[in-house]
Design a protein around this ligand. Sequence first.
Ligand SMILES: C[S@@+](CC[C@H](N)C(=O)[O-])C[C@H]1O[C@@H](n2cnc3c(N)ncnc32)[C@H](O)[C@@H]1O
Length: 189
Amino acid sequence: MNLVHRWLCSSGRWRRTVEQHVVPWVLDGLDLGPHVLEVGPGYGAATDVLRARLPHLACVEIDPSLARGLARRGGPGCVDVLCGDATALPLPSAAFDAALCFTMLHHVAPRERQDRLLQEVARVLRPGGVFLGVDSLASPWLRRLHWFDTLEPVDPSTFAERLRVAGFARAEVALNPYAFRFRAWKAAG
Ligand SMILES: C[S@@+](CC[C@H](N)C(=O)[O-])C[C@H]1O[C@@H](n2cnc3c(N)ncnc32)[C@H](O)[C@@H]1O
């Protein structure tokens, strides 16, 4: 992430937005189960909301300094932070009830690596497990924010099909003016 992006993702304003709007929209009406994975937690804005509600949370973050910072931070619940690449998850198959990612997919480029990430998440979910997330819609503002940074926006109109191709039996995508939310379920077995 570039410096502006780092400042934004670690800001109190972003943390409040994630807590009050983003996480409630993503989780709305769903029960995650006891074993949950978050990919790309960054500074942990969503992690801190999730850890207060879950018995155990595992996180996979590719940036070593962000992973170290998150691992050192205290807080409620039990959080295991792994430094690793979500396109090759260092985790066993069928180990999680749910997996989540918040505004991170557009940081994975090219699109083929995004698809590998979707396949990896499908692999580590148990049968019937759910993958939830949110990402920003492409816009001039998003492009400015990613100046000298990775940006591979996700097209919400094709994303449900990409989730199905990656191994999910059912997928839903919903939009608001700034972002899209997705939910995808692995076949029950
Ligand atoms: C824009 S930040 C979002 C952070 C956090 N989810 C939030 O909403 O505040 C994207 C994060 O995804 C991480 N990331 C990018 N590619 C990744 C990958 N292949 N595996 C794991 N994490 C990745 C980045 O290092 C960064 O911390």
